[in-house]
Design a binder for this molecule. Structure first.
Ligand code: NAD
Length: 396
């Protein structure tokens, strides 16, 4: 079939297999072109490995550091004429490339919150590796089913005050007002349950109890703080509460990991368009302004460039750039005064007429299409595609 983007609101319901593969292959080439990365742990578990920061971390570990990887994700294979989700195609492309390079890579597709998933991954670690050297928790999930069977859902809402901002429609380029009422206590608690540190602690606790954490084991979790203009909807909102909970969890884990001489780190990454980020109200205007300013300054990075710089300069370095909460800061270029001056002085001034002049909405839109495997140079989108792409995966 010929596969074209089908965009509805902030969702694209199709994905292009050849485009997703081209994306992964170019990320692999890019990481290899920087040369081998020293000190990368050799047995790496990535939870949330099929998109955004998790996929970039898996690619960097494997093709920059020569690591064996286990990837956990929740993706949809192609079914009855529907394409698979982008993360399926990207994980299939990663696995094929790892296989060809002789790099161990196993995949687990299903709910990372579930006990069945944890049991299966831990069994595989025991059987194949004995122990794991690094656990990267990079999950961005809308909901979590608890052991009781109850499903709790995260919400993206402000706390205390209502939020009023703008969003840009990917299809029509129309700038629309968004207004959100503040979250109630139950919504805040549910968001912390889904996106806070509890499940990260659960994974590490179970791995430790089963003797699977290697001496010196490192675990990381990605967070976002953002800029003053996004505080009302992000850091001071429900998702920010969940992110605060990661700092608490990192401290608890540091204590737990001290028994194996291990470490837990929260890492602040820059704002980027990923599947998860595309759903955050108001982020489209912020990121379009940010892309404009950072591209002009020559400091724009994607997920791979962020993780590459993290691995080469911070994560395994004896001298790390930590903030007062002990987090590694990779949002340093985003928060440079000249970048934030641009964003803040134009925030609130963006209109339909000046969209292309003030912002990089075109770059933002291209990043959205790229997420789904569209708009890559060298891919023939007029060519017939087989939507079913096989991948060796354990399903749950
Ligand atoms: P993403 O949407 O690109 O990837 C999310 C991953 O989680 C995918 O692999 C998906 O399959 C997996 N996943 C979701 N629900 C799952 C479940 N129930 N079980 C198993 N896997 C599941 O997201 P991302 O933007 O890369 O986010 C990863 C982390 O990075 C999040 O903690 C996010 O807050 C953080 N972060 C993102 C940004 C940003 O701007 N995108 C910035 C800083 C930090």
């Amino acid at each position: 079939m010929i596969i074209a983007p089908k965009i509805k609101g902030f969702l694209c319901t199709t994905a292009h297999p050849a485009g997703c593969e081209a994306d992964v292959m170019s990320q692999i080439d890019q990481i290899k072109s920087g040369g081998p990365i020293p000190n990368v742990p050799k047995r790496v578990l990535v939870i949330g490995a099929s998109g955004g920061y998790g996929l970039a971390t898996r690619i960097t570990s494997a093709f920059g550091g020569g690591a064996e990887t286990i990837g956990v994700f929740f993706e949809r294979p192609a079914l009855k004429g529907r394409t698979a989700s982008p993360g399926w195609y990207k994980s299939a492309a990663f696995s094929k490339a790892a296989d060809e390079a002789g790099l161990y890579a196993k995949n687990f597709n299903g709910d990372a919150f579930s006990q069945a998933m944890k049991d299966a991954v831990i069994d595989t670690i025991k059987a194949d590796w004995g122990q794991v050297d690094m656990v990267v928790y990079s999950l961005a999930a809308p909901a979590r089913t608890l052991a009781s069977g109850e499903t709790v859902r995260s919400v993206l809402k402000p706390i205390g005050e209502p939020f009023s901002g703008a969003t840009i429609d990917f299809n029509s380029r129309e700038l629309r007002r968004v207004a959100l009422a503040p979250a109630d206590e139950a919504e805040i608690a549910a968001t912390v349950k889904v996106m806070g540190g509890e499940d990260w602690e659960d994974w590490i606790g179970q791995l430790k109890d089963q003797g699977c954490l290697a001496p010196g084991c490192l675990t990381t979790n990605y967070t976002y703080l953002g800029s003053e203009v996004t505080f009302p909807i992000y850091y001071h909102g429900t998702i920010g509460r969940a992110k605060e909970d990661l700092d608490r969890a990192a401290q608890a884990l540091a204590l737990e990991l001290s028994e194996v001489n291990g470490h837990a780190r929260v890492i602040v990454m820059k704002g980027l368009l990923t599947q998860a980020a595309s759903a955050i109200p108001g982020m489209s205007v912020y990121l379009s302004l940010l892309f404009k300013a950072m591209k002009a300054a020559g400091t724009h990075e994607g997920c791979l460039e962020q993780v590459d710089r993290l691995f080469r300069t911070q994560l395994f370095s004896a001298v790390q750039r930590l903030d007062e909460a002990g987090r590694i800061r990779m949002d340093d270029w985003e928060l440079k005064p000249e970048i934030q001056d641009y964003v803040q002085s134009h925030w609130g001034q963006v209109t339909q007429d000046n969209l292309d002049e003030l912002t990089d909405f075109e770059g933002y839109r291209a990043a959205f299409l790229n997420l789904h495997g569209f708009d890559f140079e060298g891919v023939d989108y007029a060519c017939e595609q087989e939507p079913e792409v096989p991948m060796a995966v354990q399903d749950f």
